[in-house]
Design a protein around this ligand. Structure first.
Ligand code: SAM
Length: 227
């Protein structure tokens, strides 16, 4: 059975052709196929071990005619126009951002992007904006003590702009601050308070104080804390 994190990602897939980049065991494409969410998939992997695991798993479930496992870096495993939806899951935000930016030629038919990052999701949002994509859904969730963010993006007909605050916290997540959201950003808030108190009286870090204070006050505003 698929974990909740990837099941949540799968809720945003309902297309003919999927590419799952960094597919590891190809669990997500196998699940999507089994549940008739897609017709065919490409499972991309850059590392030999996980690539082999994906090949074996696809064979085991007799899915070789529908799921093509390809070895390669990022979007280099797909041709422009080859898929309608791309999933990239279980990586840090900067790596996901780098994969879609480097592979932007493969996005010429504007596939939907479903991106699940573990940290620094802001980098993903920034990359999406520069590629002309718009965020249409976002989720933040917890599984086994880890926090995950999922961003669903579609190519925008008109250029979208987000505030710095929306890029950091998520334009949609900000509209409905759930428990996981509050917990994540409260943890960051507590952490920054500690960092600030450790360096507060050190004049060498004067510039850093100011920056920290600004970040703390933004967190306070988002979390609804009052002085
Ligand atoms: N997507 C699966 C999931 O969410 O459970 C696997 C996540 S696993 C933590 C990340 C996978 O991405 C690894 O198997 C790794 O080899 C692969 N990966 C990392 N960078 C990649 C890249 N540039 N291109 C393709 N795969 C990559």
């Amino acid at each position: 059975p698929l974990n909740n994190r990837l099941k949540t990602v799968a809720r945003y897939i309902q297309h003919e052709r999927l590419a799952d980049i960094g597919s590891d065991h190809a669990y997500l494409p196998l699940y999507a196929l089994e549940n008739n969410l897609i017709r065919s998939a490409i499972a991309g992997e850059v590392v030999a071990g996980p690539f082999e695991a994906a090949v074996q798993n696809v064979k085991k479930y007799n899915a070789s005619s529908s799921i093509d496992v390809r070895l390669g870096n990022g979007l280099e495993v797909i041709k422009p126009g080859e898929v309608d939806v791309i999933t990239i899951c279980g990586m840090g935000g900067p790596l996901i951002a780098d994969i879609i930016t480097t592979g932007k030629d493969k996005l010429s038919n504007h596939p939907r992007l479903v991106l699940q990052s573990n940290i620094h999701t802001e980098a993903v949002r920034r990359a999406l904006v520069s590629l002309g994509y718009e965020i249409i859904a976002e989720e933040i969730m917890k599984e086994k003590k880890h926090t995950y963010e999922i961003i669903v993006a579609e190519y925008a007909t008109e250029k979208v702009e987000y505030t710095q605050k929306a890029l950091k916290f998520g334009p949609i997540l900000l509209q409905n601050k759930n428990e996981v959201f509050i917990e994540k950003w409260n943890r960051e808030y507590q952490h920054l308070i500690k960092v600030l108190s450790a360096i507060e009286h050190d004049p060498v870090h004067a510039q850093k104080h100011e920056q920290l204070k600004e970040e703390i006050s933004l967190l306070k505003e988002v979390l609804g804390y009052v002085d």
